[in-house]
Design a protein around this ligand. Sequence first.
Ligand SMILES: C[S@@+](CC[C@H](N)C(=O)[O-])C[C@H]1O[C@@H](n2cnc3c(N)ncnc32)[C@H](O)[C@@H]1O
Length: 260
Amino acid sequence: MGGKVYFIGAGPGDPELLTVRAVRLLGQADVVVWADSLVSPEVVALCRPGAEVHGSASLTREEIARLMTEAAAAGKTVARLHSGDPSLYGALLEEMRVLEEAGIDYEVVPGVSSLFAAAAALKVELTAPGVSQTVIVTRAPGRTPMPEGEDLRMLARHGATLALFLSAARLREAVAALVEGGYGPATPAALVYRASWPDEQVLRGALADIPRLAREAGITRQAIVLVGRALDPSLKGPQGPSSRLYDPAFSHLFRKGRRG
Ligand SMILES: C[S@@+](CC[C@H](N)C(=O)[O-])C[C@H]1O[C@@H](n2cnc3c(N)ncnc32)[C@H](O)[C@@H]1O
């Protein structure tokens, strides 16, 4: 019988942010291929003793594909660990394509994205009621160009909460584009470096200050930048907005609202 490949979200770094399913599958896998540039060695320590473990950072796409297909064809269980959630900015698509072509069974196990670890570090609600009900997940263009219609200037027009992945080395250009597109230079913003790791750093400031703050801290990678009025600390004050969900006068499927 053929084996199976599990694409597993390894979370943002802290092993306590793995899902229960990820821990179970790691303990069962015969072969583990892990993104050693972003996933903590503490996560890999959860593999069963005797498992064959490969770091993917030094491997080519073809080598990763061969490892997974050969192991699965030999009836083995493969855990392919991606950082955060596998559906965001990884190599998931190309790896699934190889398995589809080879007729190998696979499953995707979601993980805690670094976006949510960053929001937790900042203690913010990304969708603050009446302030922003939309989160744009994007990146600055780099070696990977942006598809048409996804230019940062265009995305900025919405004024929504915006998360920038993979952009720590190009913050000056990214922030200039966001301001040009419509965010005021004083819009609340933050950068979270290595969210959930022991050396996590949180830099808060006005959007226009973020490139300087990052430069002064020497941060050029492994950071998420969040932008938008949802990050305004005053929203947590007594005058801040509340959701309708727990409003005493608001009826919904599970609770009848009180009048008056
Ligand atoms: C290849 S992408 C992987 C994203 C991942 N799939 C996720 O959901 O978090 C790598 C980028 O994710 C962000 N990232 C990953 N881990 C991070 C962390 N612990 N703290 C802050 N940003 C992180 C950075 O923007 C980094 O450049």
